[in-house]
Design a protein around this ligand. Structure first.
Ligand code: ZN
Length: 76
């Protein structure tokens, strides 16, 4: 799991993140043409920019590789 930290102000919780994601999902259309997206799964995500919400820039952003949460629920 990746976390961010702003070294300039110590912010650990508020960031503006620009990213693109490749996802696979089940598109469920009604006969009327309305779409309901179910079971969306993120296959790949690329982060382009991380900005500190408070500083307004990303010059001091540090990436923290946090260990996975200990509750190892084996999903899917
Ligand atoms: Zn900051």
């Amino acid at each position: 799991m990746t976390r961010y930290r702003c070294a300039a102000c110590g912010n650990l919780t508020r960031f503006d993140v620009t990213s693109t994601a490749t996802t696979r999902a089940f598109y469920h259309f009604t006969l009327g043409g309305e779409l309901e997206i179910e079971d969306e799964e993120v296959i790949d995500r690329t982060v382009h920019e991380v900005r500190c919400r408070w500083c307004g820039h990303g010059r001091s952003i540090e990436v923290i590789e946090a260990p996975e949460p200990s509750s190892s629920s084996s999903s899917s």
